[in-house]
Design a protein around this ligand. Structure first.
Ligand code: ADP
Ligand code: ZN
Length: 365
């Protein structure tokens, strides 16, 4: 059992590990006795966990109102968020009632976005149900929905009151979802922890990812604890992403470009950032910032987690055009998070676009 405090002054909250999320939910909801609870899920999570969640609530005399979003990134829209706000207002929600958001990153981002708008802020408890959402999107207070011009372009910063993370939810998670979560886990190792990197390497060598559903709780508690600690420390130091928080974007400049170039259909987020991290390492190597061995070790671990390191059929030109449109290139210069050693990255500003282009051309097939 770990409890990690995200230090943000009056907005501070805890991320709590739990082997039994139902028990932890009971405690988290204790302060809201007699208040209205909106349980927010998507249709998949509802069909798997909705019934058992409701039976636990009935046993503890809470009677939440349920709101179900359609599943999928394509439904992460302003219209859907507004639908939730409308529903909460119709049900006479007040600012001391609570939204309980149970699901992957899509529902987490969209539910918290709606919460931040409704009456200028309804308290939120997040129960992320995917590995990716547990180590990443549920912590840090970024909320949002997509716009036709891009992902998460409409959003707010809004911190939850509490986050509960539990491997209980993994038993129904598709293997590809598990792998995509490992993309972010490996990112944390690369940016902050050689020890985590070694642990993952040792573990995945002995215990293939296809067996992830049978990994013991002790493994998950250790991994989740380390990732949550890294994320919460970075977020506490830099809530609104002015500097340090940028290191969390390791692999993401190219990763996002790959997702856009392939219309979000070919690669999951974790797969795209795996390729992005490999590109970042190749650039760092080309600039003399790291050793060749780092590139190879990172590739080996990504492969062990079943993640790609190269984008098939993607042109470097196409990626650059997207990065330019994203305004990530200013006056032909780009800021990138590049690895120096395993566990240490550096924010490198003013890199010449041409230099990156040349390195990538040499190393990409
Ligand atoms: P993320 O951004 O966290 O990867 P999404 O919100 O896009 O995830 O969720 C991915 C898919 O997995 C969605 O279809 C969602 O309904 C489903 N899902 C979320 N959690 C679980 C779970 N614990 N078991 C099975 N499916 C889940
Ligand atoms: Zn990410």
């Amino acid at each position: 059992m770990f409890k990690e405090r995200v230090e943000l002054g009056a907005e501070s909250y805890t991320v709590q590990y739990s082997s039994d999320p139902y028990v932890s939910l009971g405690s988290a909801l204790y302060p809201y006795q007699g208040k209205k609870i909106m349980m927010i899920l998507d249709e998949n999570v509802d069909s798997i966990f909705g019934h058992i969640l409701m039976s636990h609530f009935n046993a503890s005399c809470h009677s939440p109102i349920k709101f179900v979003f359609p599943a999928g990134e394509e439904n992460k829209t302003l219209e859907q968020a507004t639908r939730l706000v409308d529903f909460a207002l119709q049900k006479n929600f007040n600012r001391d009632d609570v939204f309980l958001i149970i699901g992957g990153g899509v529902v987490g981002d969209m539910g918290a976005f709606a919460a931040s708008l409704c009456l200028r802020g309804i308290p939120v408890i997040q129960v992320p149900t995917t590995l990716l959402a547990q180590v990443d999107s549920s912590i840090g207070g970024k909320t949002g929905v997509n716009h036709i011009k891009g992902k998460n372009l409409i959003g707010t910063f809004y911190q939850p009151k509490q986050v509960i993370v539990s491997p209980y939810f993994y038993r129904t998670l598709p293997e590809r979802e598990m792998r995509t979560g490992f993309g972010e886990v490996i990112k944390y190792a690369m940016i902050k922890s050689q020890a985590l990197f070694n642990q993952l390497n040792g573990w995945l060598n002995e215990n293939p990812l296809s067996e992830a559903k049978n990994y013991p709780e002790t493994f998950w508690e250790s991994i989740l604890g380390q990732c949550v600690h890294i994320k919460s420390t970075v977020v506490s130091e830099d809530e609104k992403e002015s500097g340090l928080r940028m290191i969390l974007n390791y692999g993401h400049t190219f990763g996002h470009a790959i997702e856009t170039a392939t219309q979000y259909s070919q690669y999951t987020h974790g797969e795209a950032i795996a390729i992005g991290m490999n590109m970042a390492a190749l650039i760092a190597r080309g600039m003399g910032l790291c050793e060749e061995s780092l590139v190879l070790e990172q590739q080996a671990l990504l492969r062990l987690a079943g993640l790609p390191v190269q984008a098939d059929g993607l042109e470097i030109n196409d990626l650059f055009n997207i990065i330019k449109v994203d305004k990530k290139v200013k006056n032909g210069k780009l800021t990138l998070v590049l690895p120096e050693k395993i566990g240490t990255v550096r924010i490198v500003p003013d890199i010449d676009e041409g230099e990156i282009y040349k390195i990538l051309q040499e190393v990409m097939p």
